[in-house]
Design a protein around this ligand. Structure first.
Ligand code: 4NP
Length: 157
């Protein structure tokens, strides 16, 4: 019996990078006909209940994806049983994720770009203080990671 992959993408604020990672993964999975669940969260509570940053909404829209209805939330201990994979957008997110992990969880916690052959150990740079071009770079990273994730899940099934 195979398990449906359930992936939580985690950044700091859950308004810039992780909503784009969630959107990219949903699209890559749908394109491939892969049954998977996805969500995103922040390690911080600054933007709980807020829609994504308008620059992320525009970036996703350029790729045909509507994310204006997403709402920010903070990662919680229950996520470690709900998700099979919890993927951090950068290195600073990782210890903050691990800090709230229950002792006996089975979720696989890793850096998102570790999933991309040749990009292991790389961070998805925070575009918050940047411009539209930085959000385009974020999209390139998360789209590559989404496709790599889908390939790896398909080969496991
Ligand atoms: P994100 O970007 O972690 O990709 O959602 C940020 C969003 C908000 C802040 C920093 C980064 N902030 O400081 O409010």
């Amino acid at each position: 019996m195979s398990i449906t992959p359930a992936v939580l993408f985690v950044c700091l604020g859950n308004i810039c990078r992780s909503p784009l990672a969630e959107a990219a993964f949903r699209k890559a999975a749908a394109d491939a006909g892969l049954d998977a669940e996805a969500d995103s969260a922040g390690t911080a509570a600054y933007h709980v209940g807020e829609p994504p940053d308008v620059r992320s909404i525009r970036t996703a829209a350029r790729h045909g994806i509507e994310i204006a209805h997403y709402r920010g939330r903070q990662i919680q201990a229950a996520d470690f049983t709900r998700f099979t994979h919890i993927l951090a957008l950068d290195h600073s997110n990782l210890p903050n994720i691990r800090r709230i992990a229950p002792g006996d969880h089975e979720a696989h916690v890793a850096l998102l770009m570790d999933m991309v052959p040749g990009r292991e150990g790389a961070a998805v740079a925070d575009p918050y203080y940047g411009g539209e071009e930085n959000f385009a770079d974020t999209w390139e990273d998360v789209w590559m990671a989404a496709q790599a994730l889908v390939r790896s899940f398909r080969s496991e099934l």
